[in-house]
Write a protein that binds this ligand. Sequence first.
Ligand SMILES: *Cc1c(COP(=O)(O)O)cnc(C)c1O
Length: 346
Amino acid sequence: MNPELIDLRSDTITRPTPGMRKAMAEADVGDDVFGEDPTVNLLQRKVAELLGKPAALYVPSGSMSNQLAIKSQTLPGDEIIVEQDAHIFHYETAAPSMLSGVQMYVVPGEHGIMRAEQLAPTVRSAAYYLPRTALICLENTHNRAGGTIYPLEEIQRIRDFAKAVGVKMHLDGARLWNAWVATGIHPREYAQYFDSVSVCFSKGLGAPVGSALVGSEELIHRARRFRKIFGGGMRQAGIIAAGALYALEHHIERLHEDHEKARVFASRIADTRHLRVDLESVQTNIVIIDIAHTGKTTTDALDLLASNNVLMSDSGYTSIRAVTHMDVTMQQVRSAADVLATTLGD
Ligand SMILES: *Cc1c(COP(=O)(O)O)cnc(C)c1O
């Protein structure tokens, strides 16, 4: 890759560090379809413990993890409630309809946050001709809303409501680590309100592959069977699980650096004439930039940035996205902000 290139498309583009590669190379392995990979088993125990749940399952991707949570907790013909900018709704290729035969009830949130009062009218009554509401899915931090953090009090209120009406709760916690570092609220505190939680190791934590689903023994037992059905049974997966274990041990605390980089980037952009950033939504490592006033399409804007060696991604019809991560320095983030400000901002 061009060494001058500053890649802010996603926090998934990171490469394993030398220490991580060493841990992976030396990992103790076995056949995980037989449940005999010691490194995978260790990772699963650690993640379950960290999230305060009885069991965990290591899976190839965050999408698979979310889909296993849906598949394991619904029946075909059910309905699940998701926020209108949810990853599950936008970026998982309509998988809930294909893999689980469920439909999504989409609720508009503010900064990706749905309030308990909004959910009351969306949960269906028991009439035989209505779909059955099976699952409420929240996302923390919220990707498309710009890395926003779900307030714990709102989660508690939604949980109280969900319990009263007998609906289960799933958390898409691909970036729950970022919420932890930004708020000091432990993942276990968040997880206690959910029946299932998905977490990713391949985002800000910098591992090359994998996510985990956590929940009750019974839920994880069902999910393991569906993982095999979906083609996600892996053999000597300890090689990649070792990267995830290394990331859990070494790369969580440093996430605050990514948050600081995002704040610096956002404040530089907020000062420009034609670009808009909602600074209130810049809470972790994602910055969404509204380019509507530049008169450019997102494709043209991204091409222009790329021709100046800055890569970003699109995030809706008139907005683009910058994500900070381990493989960009503060200096590179400042340079990228300058490029964006001078090419499109003024
Ligand atoms: C990245 C992401 C996922 C899962 O992505 P994969 O690419 O399938 O690993 C799920 N939810 C959110 C919020 C994400 O940002």
